[in-house]
Design a protein around this ligand. Structure first.
Ligand SMILES: Cc1cc2nc3c(=O)[nH]c(=O)nc-3n(C[C@H](O)[C@H](O)[C@H](O)COP(=O)(O)OP(=O)(O)OC[C@H]3O[C@@H](n4cnc5c(N)ncnc54)[C@H](O)[C@@H]3O)c2cc1C
Ligand code: SF4
Ligand code: SF4
Ligand code: SF4
Length: 388
């Protein structure tokens, strides 16, 4: 039995969380993406899984007009640990201070990404940083329901499709549930990520193991992509990491035509990077990180009020936010290259490094363009590409 066509399934886990007979197991497919596998011997054909699936029944109705802000979390130590300007920690730490529970993504001891619950600031620390791989939501939707019914305030964070999955699973609005969705360019294959880690470990000592991966290290400043891998022995700075460069091709099939990363947004608040800030107010960029946030609902407004004392907030028009970060409204990626790339990941005869080099190789015309004198570049831009 198939709940939804495999290529459309986001792997949100709503179906496996709802199944009353534990008949659905989220399992990695051959490309390394989590998909539901139904045990037909346990299934009683109740159809609940189809009822909650956000791909089949996506209804996002947020009531307020969107408001956009630039956000800087005032504590620089926290901001430097965060991928962008620290928006997540601002909302999450306030919720925890009021006795609530926060759900977000952490690495487990094998450096696999999964959703987890935090009720203390110490637990929250593990959620910093963008883990560029599909996260397993495990049983967190069920745990959220228990928290909500016990009157605990809950903040759930994740990709827009995961937020849509949680809402589909709950099937009613809870006053004490707050959601934050990420501006999302797609989640990467768990299989490719395993190959990435294995390749990194090739020249390391036998007793060395990875303890953390930070794809958004700010050692070189925010916006300059640099990966920091920490092991039990050393910390490695990887400036020209190939893994983030293939993110478009290594994303889940469904990300090619995403139904969720768009306006109206899935969460009460949306968070991401304030790219293009130099065209708005260059003084806001101190290279330590800057968030763009969208406030999408009355609940979003409520939690925004609570963080005013710990953040610097600057109102931004939605147009400026979208111009700098077009992923806010979603985009359709080139599916052709994605399909070929994903089919190659599973081929044991193609080494990780060979695959990455092939897919990150710049086209010849780009290499030639880069070495041209500036006056020829501006001529090409104006006269041929018709750009200002
Ligand atoms: C796969 C992915 C793609 C992204 N694409 C874009 C993009 O195209 N444009 C853009 O502006 N921003 C994108 N972001 C968001 C951005 O990278 C930051 O995560 C976001 O701005 C939050 O940063 P912060 O400073 O507020 O907090 P941090 O403290 O860095 O917060 C991290 C937050 O991200 C969540 N998170 C981390 N990894 C995952 C994951 N694998 N799945 C679900 N949630 C996760 C954590 O639970 C936490 O809520 C993406 C993030 C991810 C994980
Ligand atoms: S139809 Fe019902 S029992 Fe069968 S897999 Fe779906 S939720 Fe489980
Ligand atoms: S509920 Fe989520 S995991 Fe299940 S079939 Fe639908 S999209 Fe896939
Ligand atoms: S691009 Fe869309 S489908 Fe893919 S992870 Fe992001 S929200 Fe989910």
């Amino acid at each position: 039995m198939q709940i939804v066509e495999s290529k459309k399934c986001t792997g949100c886990g709503a179906c496996s969380n709802i199944c009353p007979h534990g008949a659905i197991k989220m399992t990695e497919d051959k490309y390394g993406f989590l998909k539901p596998v139904v045990n037909t011997k346990l299934c009683i054909n109740c159809n609940l899984c189809k009822t909650v699936c956000p791909v089949i029944n996506s209804k996002i109705c947020l009531e307020e007009r969107l408001q956009a802000y630039a956000l800087i979390y005032k504590d620089d130590i926290i901001r430097l640990k965060s991928a962008s300007g620290g928006a997540f920690y601002a909302f999450a730490s306030k919720l925890i201070a009021s006795g609530g529970a926060v759900y977000g993504v952490v690495w487990d001891e094998n450096i696999k990404a999964f959703h987890s619950r935090a009720a203390t600031l110490e637990e929250l620390e593990q959620m910093h940083g963008s883990k560029y791989v599909q996260s397993n939501t495990k049983n967190t939707f069920k745990e959220v329901k228990v928290d909500l019914e016990n009157g605990i305030n809950v903040l759930y964070t994740g990709t827009p499709c995961q937020i849509a999955g949680l809402k589909g699973f709950l099937r009613k609005d809870y006053e004490n549930l707050f959601t934050i969705d990420l501006i999302c360019n797609g989640v990467q294959s768990r299989l490719l990520f395993e190959k990435y880690k294995q390749n990194f470990m090739l020249d390391k000592d036998d007793d060395e193991f990875i303890t953390n991966i930070n794809f958004r290290s700010k050692i070189e400043g925010w916006g300059k992509y640099c990966t920091e891998i920490t092991t039990n022995k050393h910390s490695y700075k990887i400036q020209n990491d190939l893994y983030p460069k293939v993110m478009d091709f290594s994303a889940n099939y469904c990300c090619g035509e995403c139904k969720f990363n768009k306006i109206p947004r899935a969460g009460d608040v949306t968070i991401g990077d304030f790219w293009g800030v130099e065209n708005f107010n260059p003084n806001l960029n101190d290279k330590k990180g800057l968030s763009i946030i969208l406030v999408n609902s009355t609940k979003g407004k409520k939690i925004l009020k609570q963080i005013e004392d710990i953040c610097v907030l600057t109102s931004v028009s939605l147009e400026v936010a979208i111009n700098g970060n077009p992923n806010i409204t979603g985009r359709i990626k080139s599916k052709g290259k994605q399909e070929v790339f994903l089919s190659k990941i599973q081929n044991p005869n193609i080494s990780y490094i060979r695959l990455m080099k092939k897919y990150t190789k710049l086209p010849f015309y780009v290499i030639v363009y880069r070495i041209l004198p500036n006056f020829i570049k501006s001529f090409i831009k104006k006269k041929i590409l018709k750009k200002n």
